[in-house]
Design a protein around this ligand. Structure first.
Ligand code: ADP
Ligand code: MG
Length: 382
């Protein structure tokens, strides 16, 4: 596909979550028609797309309907069945491709890809049998992670001894896992790159991330603890990881910065990422517009950061202050009275603790200003 798909064309998304919703918004802003395949009748993306194909991700009729309604298809979550992407690709251009998504779906394959691309990652072992457990003891203390389907710290256990490792593997259902050495983290950062069909590569500025209970809580841009040299290294690694998969689309790579200042790749997401949401409000091209441009084959203009940003995730817990079971509505009017606050809610009807309900970006002329307002936001949200 060398001719770009211009506004008016129809773009499909596998998955109906918030990332799909924000892609749909970006595509609609530029005059594209949007179609979402998602089983849930009231999903964040399905509710706002022009067309919602209500079907399971593996449903042959649903996939045929999506392919017939679209000029190209992308995905908004990495656990989309790779075979479904292959089925779609027989009829319509799909980006990113099944083979790349498949690497990102499996922590062991992902780490092999890091090694192949010359990008440092945590020492690890793949655990499939009791014998693997014994052989991996040298990595302790470590973190045991299911190879597939983990997210937001789920499917993980911190283990210090061989007994804890064996017990944790039982608890995880003896599923294929990776055991990673526990590394001394100074901070966490991530970088988003977009790669076009012609190999053109652009990136967003490097962002610094703070996780709470395994879930992203705060992202800051510019990254306060990251030197220009370290940022350039992260961008170079992410670009190499994308190029060596012949990747087309938006790719997010999460990194650890260790106590000695070295950079270690943690994981990749074959799609826009929670840590890139600030780009909607503080960059002239957002991660969702980059996804659209790569999918449609449009030129990739280098994004520019025009404001400093602090992004705060809004979890369902905000709806349940204290121990009371009665949900409340957070004080949106109070936070919107502060300067530079952009509120993004995903249209999820049901607030639950730990569930990502939305996010909020504070922008300001400089990082200190954004941080000061973000602190006031936190006070008002309680
Ligand atoms: P998820 O897919 O749930 O985001 P990650 O592998 O990114 O899983 O792990 C979640 C968080 O756990 C990381 O952001 C980091 O804070 C911590 N973590 C993960 N692996 C390690 C490690 N090897 N050493 C130290 N901390 C880790
Ligand atoms: Mg992660």
């Amino acid at each position: 596909m060398n001719t770009p798909l211009l506004p008016g064309a129809a773009l499909g998304v596998m998955g109906g979550g918030q990332l799909g919703r924000m892609f749909v918004h970006a595509a609609q802003t530029m005059g594209y028609r949007t179609v979402v395949l998602e089983p849930d009748a009231t999903s964040p993306a399905g509710l706002v797309a022009h067309q919602h194909v209500a079907a399971a991700y593996t449903d042959a009729a649903g996939l045929a309907e999506l392919a017939a309604s679209c000029d190209a298809v992308t995905t908004e979550f990495e656990n989309v069945p790779a075979d479904s992407l292959r089925t779609l690709a027989e009829r319509v251009p799909v980006a990113p491709a099944a083979a790349a998504v498949e690497i990102c779906q499996d922590r062991a394959a992902e780490k092999r890809h890091f090694q192949r691309s010359g990008v440092p990652c945590a020492p690890f072992a793949t655990i499939e049998t009791e014998a693997d457990l014994a052989a991996a003891a040298g990595l302790l203390p470590g973190i045991l992670k299911t190879a597939r389907l983990g997210y937001d710290g789920k499917g993980q256990a911190s283990v210090a001894t061989a007994d804890e490792l064996a017990a944790a593997w039982q608890r995880l259902g003896r599923a294929t896992c990776v055991l990673e050495k526990r590394l001394p983290l100074a901070l966490e950062l991530s970088v988003i790159v977009a790669r076009g069909r012609d190999g053109a590569l652009v990136h967003l500025p490097v962002q610094q991330n703070l996780h709470r209970d395994g879930i992203l809580a705060v992202t800051q841009v510019p990254a306060p603890g990251v030197s220009p040299g370290l940022a350039a290294q992260a961008i170079d690694c992410a670009g190499r990881l994308a190029a060596s998969m012949d990747y087309v689309g938006v790719l997010c790579v999460e990194f650890f910065v260790l106590a000695d200042g070295s950079l270690v790749a943690n994981e990749m997401a074959p799609r826009p990422h929670n840590s890139g949401h600030y780009s909607l409000d503080s960059c002239d091209v957002s991660q969702f517009e980059l996804q659209l441009r790569t999918l449609a084959g449009l030129p990739l203009a280098a994004p520019r950061l025009h404001s400093a940003a602090v992004m705060l995730n809004l979890l369902g817990d905000l709806w349940f202050p204290g121990e009371t079971s009665e949900p409340r509505t957070p004080d949106w009017a109070g936070v919107l009275a502060l300067p530079g606050v952009a509120l993004h809610l995903y249209g999820k009807t049901d607030a639950r603790r730990g569930r990502k309900m939305g996010h909020l970006t504070v922008t300001a002329a400089d990082a200190a200003g954004a941080r000061a307002t973000a602190l006031r936001v936190c006070e008002r949200l309680g």
